[in-house]
Design a protein. Structure first.
Length: 157
């Protein structure tokens, strides 16, 4: 009987994906705060993200630029709630909490929400996100209504 090469158990794949999540989170948070390292570890070269209230962003470099536009990440925590898959594809459903200091601001802004990611095993054997979508659990800030127009001054004849 020929020897069949055994595929790693999905448990091993789950452990590898969780390791990537942890390593990437360490890269983007202080003291490192390296968005490019985060993007390299987390996203495939041809990844796409579908952020709330924004167009799809395609490609690792564009994703890194988008993430840099948020400001400085002070804290980021991912909780993997479900991780399933087959062969070289997996999905993650999770929750996140983050704190970011936007450019020009002095105080951090917090957010928490949920996400779904599709992960794919790359040719080099690493696991990377190929599709990422998230949204906040917090209500969007409401802008005050525009001021009512004042009385019209009398015409000067």
């Amino acid at each position: 009987m020929p020897h069949r090469r055994r595929r790693p158990s999905f448990r091993a794949r789950q452990d590898e994906i969780r390791r990537v999540v942890d390593e990437a989170t360490r890269a983007i948070t202080p003291p490192t705060s390296d968005v490019d390292a985060y993007a390299r570890l987390y996203y495939a070269e041809d990844a796409r993200v579908l952020p709330p209230d924004s167009a799809t962003i395609s490609g690792r470099a564009a994703i890194a630029a988008f993430l840099r536009s948020f400001g400085t990440v002070r804290q980021m925590r991912f909780s993997v709630l479900a991780l399933e898959g087959r062969n070289d594809l997996a999905y993650v459903h999770g929750a996140y909490e983050m704190s970011v200091v936007p450019a020009g601001a002095t105080a951090p802004v917090g957010d928490k929400g949920k996400y779904v990611e599709i992960w794919k095993k790359q040719k080099d054997g690493t696991w990377k996100v190929v599709l990422d979508i998230w949204n906040s659990d917090l209500a969007a800030p409401v802008s005050p209504p525009p001021a009512a127009p004042g009385p019209t001054p009398p015409a000067n004849d």
